[in-house]
Design a protein around this ligand. Structure first.
Ligand SMILES: [Zn+2]
Length: 337
């Protein structure tokens, strides 16, 4: 018989010696330590549920000692006790959580959501020269939505990101980031809705493919396509040769990093270093564009600093040294216009 009054202590738990038969040391509200004849110790929460109109005793496993300390066991017990208090069966809840975890492709820390990719339907595995790739584990029909992906929003692209718009990328190194490129893909991607939708019937074990040019202005890494549908095309991103200057300057200014100029905090502005840009040619081009499209102005905060400003959206941009050629510029500055 378990009493509910006596509470255990760390010393009692530690010093509990094995006996010929297993025995229990009660803590409180159904939590007890079971000591086995071989000396192993584990935590259990004993509770009762109604099954077919009868009270049935159940025991929920809360870990082994010393891996699970008394304090930790009490914490786990308190959660289970609360579930019980809410009329739920903690063993059942634990089982359901385990099943859900097995179904997921994203880490458990990510909140689960509607239409997330499931392990029963997709797998990411190594596919020879392609590297890791996303593969269907069941068939999908043309027009069917495969899944909604998730990820972390970044200002820079990664090997596993898709671009939402210039300067906004979703990084997903678990699922979407492994969709392989094809010039005749079996999926279309809506990066705003974060959906993959079948463009044709997809069979079990088919690679999930997309066209990187559908979403990306530029790629993390250019490559020669081996999809089999094209003549070994160089994949670089959306038709950049046709990109207008307006679009290009917007993209370049959004894609690169900006640092707050702390030393001049009374004149709030940011700067971007040419040496931090991925392509120095892009930096020089941007400096040229800024210089060629500027109008003279002063900083309203001081009235003294006269610069040639290039206005774009809510920002004004200027190069560090207005009388030097773009190839000798080090920084681009920006401040709210
Ligand atoms: Zn191709």
């Amino acid at each position: 018989m378990i009493t509910t009054k006596k509470k255990l202590t760390d010393a009692k738990v530690k010093n509990a010696e094995p006996r010929d038969k297993q025995y229990r040391l009660a803590d409180q509200r159904g939590l007890y330590l079971q000591v086995q004849p071989n000396g192993s110790k584990f935590w259990r929460y004993k509770y009762r549920v109604i099954n077919d109109g009868r009270w049935v005793e159940k025991a929920l496993s809360l870990g082994t000692y010393p891996e699970t300390s008394l304090a930790k066991a009490r914490e786990l017990h308190s959660k289970a006790y609360q579930l019980r208090f809410d009329g739920r069966d903690p063993s059942l809840v634990k089982k359901q959580e385990k099943e859900l975890a097995r179904e997921r492709l994203y880490p458990l820390e990510f909140p689960s959501y509607f239409m997330e990719p499931k392990s029963s339907e997709f797998v990411v595995k190594r596919c020879g020269a392609l590297g890791k790739a996303l593969i269907a584990k069941r068939g999908f029909s043309k027009g069917e939505r495969l899944f909604i992906f998730t990820g972390i929003t970044l200002s820079k692209m990664t090997q596993h990101s898709l671009q939402v718009e210039a300067g906004i990328h979703i990084h997903d190194p678990y699922v979407m980031g492994y969709a392989i490129h094809s010039c005749k893909p079996n999926c279309t991607v809506d990066v705003k809705e974060r959906t993959f939708t079948a463009l044709e019937n997809i069979k079990e074990n088919d690679l999930i493919t997309m066209n990187y040019n559908e979403t990306e202005d530029v790629l993390y890494k250019d490559f020669i396509c081996e999809c089999g549908f094209c003549d070994k095309t160089l994949i670089q991103g959306k038709n950049l040769p046709n990109e207008s200057d307006d679009k290009k300057i917007k993209r370049l200014l959004l894609e690169n990093d900006w640092h707050f100029a702390k030393t001049l905090a009374h004149i709030p502005h940011y700067y971007s270093r040419g040496r931090e840009w991925q392509e120095i040619d892009d930096f020089i081009w941007a400096c040229d564009h800024i210089q060629n499209n500027s109008i003279t102005g002063t900083f309203s905060e001081t009235g003294a600093y006269e610069y040639n400003y290039f206005y774009l959206g809510k920002w004004k941009y200027w190069v560090m040294e207005k009388n030097k050629p773009s190839s000798q510029q080090i920084l681009i500055n920006k401040a709210l216009a």
